[in-house]
Design a protein around this ligand. Sequence first.
Ligand code: PLP
Length: 394
Amino acid sequence: MNPLSDRINNLSTSQTLAMAAKARELKAQGKDIISLSLGEPDFNTPDFIKEAAIKAIHENYSTYSPVDGYVELKEAICRKFKRDNNLDYKPANIVVSTGAKQSLYNVCQVMLNPGEECILPAPYWVSYAEMVKMAEAVPVEVPTSVESDFKITPQQLEAAITPKTKLMMFSSPCNPSGSVYSREELTALAKVLEKYPNIYVVSDEIYEHINFSGTFCSIATIPGMFDKTITVNGVAKAFAMTGWRIGYIGAPEFIAKACTKMQGQVTSGANSIAQRATITAVDADPSVLKDMVSAFHSRRDLVVGLLKEIPGVKINVPEGAFYVFPDVSSFFGKTLNGVEIKNADDLSMYLLEHANVATVTGDAFGNPDCIRFSYATSEEILKEALKRIKQALA
Ligand SMILES: Cc1ncc(COP(=O)(O)O)c(C=O)c1O
């Protein structure tokens, strides 16, 4: 008998982490693998943030912090929300956690009862569906495609709503599609939600600054949405701080309190040194990120251009984050180099074995027609990866 709980037995392994592990294993065997599977900037944390962490160590920030984060950090986050998003959160609305991942997990735990539904525009970030299931709730996927730039319409949202709907959770810029919802598009979705006062929105804005569209809109700024939105953000992507593990929410006070209660029994406050460094990060003017963002922008253009040259690959032009999510369904049912490609899982595995390039199957993101590549690596490596992929698919 399997002594493990049904909860863990029914949980899917994170496919992005699984693919990264597989790529590492092949590399260790001496294979020349290019890994485009993981979502982290290939930049170093800026020096001024590192200095703040070193200072915090010397100043002995070595004890437990308040569960919801240092008040100085929560105040700095409020300033950031005002400066970048025109959102008027107060420290009581903020909870700092061990990465945006924990912020999202907390929200699912405190908002969802067993059997309640969470709408997930698909493709969605890998962990959303599993977090919903861990709360014994039901993920309701709303499919989109490359033709609609992977965005849902108000009609689709309305059709997905049932008396059991409690949350809608999405990211913009989106991981994996790179799509960015405009203010007009979010206003149209908010118009639908206006009729359902019991539905809350989880707006994951972690890629906010990695955005080439020139505009960014937080759904909480749309009239009527502030009290129904949990805005999630963090420093991992914008400040190349994935390993520091700091994320946060801005939310109605009763939700913030509930997340603090939850976190108080699970992890306590996030890492004290990383929190102190994050004060400096979120207080920095976003213009400090311009070199990194412009590097991502040129890589986006490079990768999209090269993918467009591959017959059978359909692609949108992602406006943000650092992923491309091409539709590769035209290869399904074909045999390449003696390997039958039935679906995106097979194609992703085929590319690993025959092109030595690690990608992630779109299935993990709720879209089985696509695969995801991260372009958070140098242009030279990207050119080589795309050359290999083109050859393997020819
Ligand atoms: C859309 C999205 N949300 C949240 C996270 C998690 O961020 P963190 O590293 O702060 O936990 C990621 C990381 O890949 C992400 O892509």
